[in-house]
Design a protein around this ligand. Sequence first.
Ligand code: COA
Length: 333
Amino acid sequence: MNAPRARIIGTGSYLPEKRMTNEELAKIVDTTSEWISSRTGILERHIAAEEEMTSDLATHAGRRALEAAGCAPEDLDLIICATSTPDLVFPATAAIVQHKIGAHNAKAPAFDIQAVCTGFIYALSIADQFVRSGMSKKVLVVGAETFTRILDWEDRTTCILFGDGAGAVVLDAVEEGGSRGILSTHMHADGSHVELLHVTGGISKGRPRGFDVRHEALGFVDMQGNEVFKQAVKAMGAVAEEALAANGMTVDNVDWLIPHQANKRILQATAKRIGIPEERVIVTVDHHGNTSAASVPLALDEAVRDGRIQPNQIVLLDAFGGGFTWASALLRW
Ligand code: COA
């Protein structure tokens, strides 16, 4: 008897209404629209409204994914939310989402995953294991962030890069013998480079030295962009190759690469390293910036809804983030 396989049967995403263009950003920090667009490919980002929390973004994206899947909230038997910007220290944002989407009868387990920008693929991989083992059948996996809440708006090297958003997928257990679905996932971490990309404060560490009213959150994003860039390209290239080798495929088999939408130059360099032409790379970073755990499912949803991704195509998801963490997922759509 073959183990069941998990297949994505619906995708959804949500970007907050408020947009901030590069021109607007250039009014509050020492930068220019031209510098941002030429160095990152980002033209604008979305900012959650004051009362909008990560769970609200996740709920919008989750509802859209459920609708696309033709699935009721009560059908879910697992909810996983990938986020580094949860509503509260506890409970998990996934539990809050369970309530907000109305999965009242489900009593499904709900928990968060924290792997920063790699979080969605980590969550997808965990969901895949639950389905393969027979523990779960219908799973909601969400990547959602209000990353702008942990930005230092006086630091031009970081605040220009990030935005808020959410993306979600619904997984279903595929009948035995089906060839579509998640073919494999690969996850990695190396915690020896925390200083290159981290948030300066935390629960057990407390607030950063020199805390002032600007940093109402528990610290802010601090990054050595140049070094992170190099590490990201190397790791995303390696984990993509690992996925292809594990499935006896080459880059020629891949119809679409969906890399973490960090910035356009990282995407181009990763695509070049893997050897995939740019026309087969999904790029959405221009209109939402780096939304961390939301970036891969946001890009996936856009490419599914505009019809680029078609049944039976091979789709490679690839991400890198703080930790460092990096991961890939290979899917037959
Ligand atoms: N506007 C204008 N100038 C800026 C600027 C901004 N927003 N940010 C930095 N600069 C300046 C720097 O101060 C530096 O000036 P100097 O030469 O006088 O010292 C110059 O631009 C070059 O800085 P550098 O850091 O070398 O630029 P870069 O080409 O590496 O681009 C990033 C900076 C952040 C865009 C780039 O390193 C990057 O994208 N890194 C990866 C970040 C990322 O995606 N992280 C998330 C991964 S999960």
